[in-house]
Design a protein around this ligand. Structure first.
Ligand SMILES: Cc1cc2nc3c(=O)[nH]c(=O)nc-3n(C[C@H](O)[C@H](O)[C@H](O)COP(=O)(O)OP(=O)(O)OC[C@H]3O[C@@H](n4cnc5c(N)ncnc54)[C@H](O)[C@@H]3O)c2cc1C
Length: 333
């Protein structure tokens, strides 16, 4: 079968690999000039810099971990995050170490200290207007002194970076970069795997799905003790600052610090976070109804399903949709 895959981010690359391994003829069409989507990283001033925000692969799903390990050797970066709050710098999620620094806090105090200002900057609206589907997910008090941000069984980043992992995953598969809409719509195919934004597939016929985006600023600064600092305050306008030399534990005097400034998606910057409020949920529901009626198209990934998905969820989603759909190609054993 001839299959067109739209997008060479995680969803597209995994789909292309699985389909080729199952004997299909696959061509990938990517609008950017590089593979990797939002997991894209590159060397900058001697440091491996993740260009679209910090990405640490973490999972409890054995089959997902096995799959990605076919394409890269992973190292655990010991990913820890601290919050810069009005009470000082403390580990986040709030744990026993945080409590030792600022005293024990109630769930409401933790919410006010760590999440209200941060979320208002992130979403660009007052806390009271952020839907409970988001505010209800605020992490609770964590017991113990383990300061790693994720506690999943497996975590890591590829020792040669995510971009190299994607290149390996796509080895031998034709990938067209810098593509416009006509390129993939014009390609001859029996089936399409679409990983772009669902409204783009339907040429915005039912309106625009909105996203939040991020502007990134990079500076050369002295290496920091902390991997990532979340600005849980109103003083600094950015939400996070990442010292990228920590990914590979690079022993450097000078590093690259990336700062993230939340902003609206304006059609030119990158779609980052689906906005599950305003008219978007209903708009998406109508698009999804239309998507289900498309006979020969599979919609996967965070943009096509208009949902924030961690990387392991994206891999699992692609495995599930392609494996249990029309193309039983994944050996579940
Ligand atoms: C700031 C940030 C930090 C994150 N950190 C983590 C983390 O630490 N751990 C974790 O597990 N997850 C993290 N995630 C989630 C992770 O980024 C996603 O799970 C993953 O990138 C989703 O892959 P995707 O292929 O669905 O989407 P993308 O990575 O967005 O890839 C989609 C690709 O398709 C291309 N494309 C779109 N439309 C078209 C079109 N019409 N034609 C051609 N090409 C098109 C895009 O250019 C892009 O390359 C983070 C997300 C964000 C926003």
């Amino acid at each position: 079968m001839r299959i067109t895959v739209v997008g060479a981010g995680l969803a597209g690359a995994v789909a292309a690999r699985l389909l080729v391994d199952a004997g299909h003829q696959v061509e990938v069409f990517e609008s950017r000039e590089n593979v990797g989507g939002n997991c894209f990283d590159e060397w900058d001033r001697g440091v491996l810099v993740q260009r679209f925000g910090p990405h640490c692969f973490h999972t409890d799903k054995a089959e997902v971990w096995e799959f990605v390990n076919r394409f890269a050797t992973f190292r655990d970066p010991n990913f820890c995050v601290v919050a810069n709050t009005q009470l000082g710098v403390i580990p986040i999620p709030f744990n026993d170490v945080s409590a030792e620094r600022v005293g024990e806090l109630s769930p409401e105090e933790i919410r006010d200290l760590l999440f209200v200002d941060y979320s208002e900057k992130h979403w660009g609206i007052p806390w009271a207007e952020i839907p409970s589907s988001i505010t209800g997910r605020v992490p609770k008090r964590r017991e113990g002194r383990d300061c790693r941000y994720h506690l999943d069984r497996w975590q890591g980043i590829p020792t040669e970076g995510f971009t190299r992992m994607f290149e390996t995953m796509l080895e031998g598969i034709p990938v067209h970069l810098g593509c416009g809409e006509d390129d993939w719509r014009g390609a001859k195919a029996d089936h399409v795997v679409f990983t772009g934004s669902l409204d783009d597939y339907f040429r915005r016929a039912l309106g625009t799905l909105e996203y939040r985006s991020l502007e990134f600023e990079y500076a050369t600064e002295a290496k920091r003790e902390h991997f990532q600092i979340n600005e849980c305050n109103r003083v600094n306008p950015w939400t996070r600052a990442v010292d990228h030399s920590h990914w590979l534990d690079q022993d450097v005097e000078w590093t690259v610090i990336g700062r993230e400034y939340p902003c609206e998606w304006d059609g030119k910057n990158v779609r980052m976070y689906p906005k599950p409020f305003g008219g978007n949920p209903e708009r998406f529901r109508r698009y999804w109804e239309a998507a289900k009626a498309e006979q020969d198209v599979t919609f996967v990934g965070r943009l096509a399903t208009y949902k924030y998905l961690d990387m392991d969820d994206v891999v699992a989603q692609v495995m599930l949709r392609l494996g249990e759909g029309k193309y039983p190609m994944i050996d579940k054993e």
